[in-house]
Design a protein around this ligand. Structure first.
Ligand code: SF4
Ligand code: FE
Length: 487
């Protein structure tokens, strides 16, 4: 049985000895922590949906390596159909969780490492591809969640890794032993590290030969000695500790990020996927970033569907569903959201095979996809706030709503549509607050800006892939320009 149930997944995470810190204290049982648990529930959905026959085609695939049915999050894309299904799967999960479900980074790392390692081995006769395939089959057979870790703290941005005053600003090899390597450094903003069984580490930028100790990729169990994580704060996170439900907005699902510290961690030889071949660091980064920029054309669209639905419901509950400006705003939100989806599908449909045989998205279109994601969710969020009205940020707490003395006043004065309870109206407004300003805003807003690379990173790729010389030739031909006629 290669597919775990959601419950089996939760219990397998519970058994790990992951070192987690939150608010300055060690979290003894992260699985049961009220601030952390919703993020685990989001990953669980990737297991629960894979059990449902109606989603089998989207959520699972047959592994060519083992012939077994596996979760698509552990799959290597073999054709453009796989790439398209990936985006559809992510939209579905965004719709079901309204949060970051975290497991995509591992899938994107899998596909980037797979093709890059094949090419490194061809050039250098190394055995990284075999190492990776062995690890991949282990992950597939045990249906594991893997964190794909790329972002180093980076220190002084004007300096290369080896030139940093503090050598740990980029994760690097500190010792080479016959049986493996020892690494030190950190990975920041790690989505899903908390809820993963394993972590794949990759370099974060293109590198030169003098950075070869920093050109390192590998996988280790997340509870390996020397690894610990410090959980990031999120807006309104402590509402989850108030023992109320409505004020949280989305009480069941969420996502968290962490600073993952590697304090002299040993990596055995058979878990190393890159070790000093500096010119391949950039290839790996470009491919991982490309896959993750494709991913946003799925996950953010799914969360956008929930936000549009919440805004439309708020309009109903406010009693203004027929107002023409409200209808127009909902059309605009839909137009923007579906444009992102078009980008996700387009870069997938235009994918092509790598030398290893797996499929890479069209990198230009994937970068255009993510560039739009740095803008459109902000406009969708702005329109949702416009439709919702100010009550989404001024409504009294659930405790006031439930209070014997205050409750009747809250219900009376915040009633709008007579058919709708004040409680339901506040529930929907709190969901909009959560998605635009609360814990989910990390995943829907700021991550739309900076996740998978900040806007400028995409513009550099768009400049490289845009093929301006070819376009100039087109124009000159149409205009009958003969540049050398006067020479
Ligand atoms: Fe997946 Fe989106 Fe979260 Fe990235 S931000 S891990 S693509 S859900
Ligand atoms: Fe992300």
């Amino acid at each position: 049985m290669t597919l775990k149930t959601g419950e089996e997944y939760i219990e397998s995470i519970r058994r790990l000895k992951t070192q987690v810190y939150l608010f300055g204290k060690k979290v003894e049982v992260p699985v049961d922590n009220p601030i952390l648990r919703p993020s685990l529930n989001s990953v669980r959905m990737t297991y629960d949906l894979a059990q449902k026959p109606e989603y089998e085609d989207l959520m699972t695939a047959i592994s060519p390596e083992t012939g077994h049915r596996i979760n698509r999050f552990t799959h290597i894309h073999r054709n453009t159909e796989d790439l398209v299904k990936k985006v559809k799967m992510q939209r579905l999960l965004g719709q079901q969780t309204a949060a970051c479900f975290q497991r995509c980074v591992g899938m994107d790392a899998f596909n980037a490492v797979y093709s890059t390692d094949y090419e490194i081995d061809k050039k250098y006769g190394t055995s990284y591809f075999e190492n990776f395939k062995k690890f991949m089959v282990y992950v597939q057979e045990n249906d594991l969640t893997v964190d794909g870790a790329m972002t180093d703290p980076k220190g002084d941005r004007s300096l290369a890794p080896h030139a940093q005053p503090d050598p740990d600003m980029y994760l690097h090899v500190v010792e080479r032993r016959p049986d493996g390597i020892v690494v030190r450094g950190a990975k920041a903003h790690q989505t899903g590290a908390l809820n993963s069984h394993e972590i794949i580490v990759m370099p974060t930028i293109a590198m030169k030969p003098e950075d070869k100790d920093y050109a390192v990729a590998f996988a280790v169990p997340i509870d390996t000695q020397g690894i610990f994580m410090v959980i990031g704060r999120q807006s309104c996170d402590t509402r989850k500790m108030e023992n109320t439900e409505i004020d949280v907005g989305n009480s069941e699902f969420g996502g968290v990020e962490a600073l993952v510290v590697f304090d002299n961690v040993f990596v055995p030889n058979d878990r190393i996927f890159l070790n000093g071949e500096a010119e391949f660091a950039g290839v790996l980064v470009e491919r991982f970033a490309g896959y993750h920029r494709q991913s946003y054309g799925g996950c953010k669209v799914g969360v956008g569907d929930v936000l549009i639905g919440a805004a439309a419901t708020a309009a109903d509950y406010n009693g203004v569903p027929k107002a023409s400006h409200i209808k127009d705003k909902l059309i605009e939100m839909t137009h923007l959201n579906e444009t992102l989806y078009c980008c996700g599908i387009a870069c997938s449909a235009e994918g092509s095979p790598t030398a290893s045989g797996n499929y890479l998205i069209n990198l230009l279109l994937a970068n255009v996809c993510k560039q739009n994601v740095t803008r459109f969710p902000y406009e969708i969020a702005r329109l949702a706030e416009d439709i919702a009205g100010g009550l989404m940020v001024t409504a009294p707490s659930e405790k006031d709503l439930r209070d014997a003395k205050l409750g009747p006043y809250v219900k009376k004065y915040f009633k709008a549509n007579p058919e709708v309870s004040t409680e339901n109206r506040i529930r929907i407004l709190r969901l909009i607050e959560n998605l635009t300003l609360g814990t989910a805003a990390v995943g829907y807003r700021t991550e739309s800006m900076h996740g998978a690379g900040s806007p400028q990173a995409q513009r550099i790729m768009i400049a490289r892939q845009g093929n301006l010389p070819m376009k100039k030739e087109l124009a000159k031909k149409i205009a009958h320009v003969k540049e050398y006629a006067h020479a």
